[in-house]
Design a protein around this ligand. Structure first.
Ligand SMILES: O=C(O)CCC(=O)C(=O)O
Ligand SMILES: [Fe+2]
Length: 337
């Protein structure tokens, strides 16, 4: 499968369609309810994951204050002078911190029109890191000028990891699996929090130019917080694009490749892209859930037995993610996989 979609359908402008196509699911009965409530929520999630691979999650229990703080810190960071941002620039050896927007003139369908700040888990440990471990377990960079940045990001990261663990249980139930089926893959998970900063697309931009290319996400699931600007678009089964506008208080959740692999294709890792046509800056904060470095993510034997074959090869998580952790010139979203 290819990360970037090359079909002509990418050239079509997204239609504004009723929001019901991407359902809003209240997570409260899953978090607080008994088995009946949990199953009901899990079924609604499973329907969305099978059909379009995206849904909105309300009632998630993440305090609004935590989200507000991390958005405030993100805006402060991206409004710092270039030299300040450059002090915490990511490098291929230590792929955390600021990743600038490459100069791309003229703009084309592969232009990357956003900046980002990457944060990953820190596991501590003794002694210097060796080999791949440097890539996955190196410490974060924190901007010295922003004293509240680290705490805001770290607390938010923890809240996202906790929510992801609940979501994984709902995803498992929805697949007819025991709730804890995925738990063993997430001991030292290689999750990533990205603060994203999108410039507005110029007025006269060609229709094929997006801020991010059409892509799927590589991990099992992504929890996205959008500001109120909009611009995210999702591909429908018929190839047309629909907008996935922000809903206040709700997260935009999507299935990624690894969940599609585990489910042997029952859950769809769907193509999406961002086109910021608002004439204003846009901020978003995706949390990418990833399993442990040494975990093998392959179609689950339960499903291979039913389906008669594995529809995906799968991968060892560390080997797979390595490719997305070192490319500074090219947007990792564009990589073939
Ligand atoms: O910013 C958004 O709305 C989506 C970002 C995204 O798809 C990604 O970072 O993989
Ligand atoms: Fe994405």
């Amino acid at each position: 499968m290819s990360r970037s979609s090359k079909s002509d359908e990418d050239l079509v402008i997204a239609k504004a369609v009723p929001i019901e196509e991407i359902p809003v699911i209240d997570f409260t009965p899953f978090r607080e309810g008994g088995m009946v409530g949990r199953l009901k929520v899990a079924t609604a999630i499973a329907d969305a994951c099978r059909e379009i691979g995206f849904f909105y999650l309300s009632g998630h229990g993440v305090p609004e204050e935590k989200l507000k703080k991390v958005f405030e810190q993100s805006a402060e960071f991206f409004h710092q002078p270039l030299a300040t941002r450059a002090e915490v620039a990511a490098t291929p050896e230590r792929y955390r911190g600021w990743i600038p927007m490459p100069h791309s003139e003229p703009m084309s369908r592969s232009s990357r029109l956003f900046e980002q700040y990457r944060i990953q888990a820190e596991f501590g440990g003794d002694g210097p890191l060796q080999g791949d471990d440097r890539l996955f377990y190196a410490p974060n960079r924190w901007p010295a000028q922003l004293p509240e940045f680290q705490a805001a990001c770290s607390e938010y990261y923890d809240a996202m990891l906790a929510l992801s663990r609940d979501l994984l249980r709902a995803f498992a139930l929805g697949l007819g699996l025991p709730e804890e089926r995925f738990d063993g893959y997430f001991d030292k998970p290689l999750c990533q929090l990205s603060l994203l900063y999108y410039i507005p697309l110029p007025d006269d931009v060609e229709v094929e130019v997006s801020n991010t290319v059409s892509h799927t996400d590589e991990g099992p699931l992504t929890i996205l917080a959008q500001d109120n600007i909009g611009g995210l678009e999702v591909k429908r089964r018929d190839g047309s694009w629909i907008s996935a506008p922000p809903i206040p208080g709700a997260y935009t959740i999507n299935v990624g490749d690894m969940m599609m692999w585990w489910s042997n294709g029952r859950y769809l890792s769907n193509y999406h892209r961002v086109r910021n046509k608002s004439k204003r800056e846009r901020f978003s904060i995706p949390f990418f859930l990833n399993p442990d470095k040494q975990a093998e993510v392959r179609p689950l034997p339960e499903f291979v037995a039913i389906d008669g074959k594995a529809n995906y090869e799968g991968a060892v998580v560390g080997d797979h993610l390595k490719r997305f952790y070192t490319t500074l010139e090219k947007d990792p979203r564009e990589l073939d996989r």
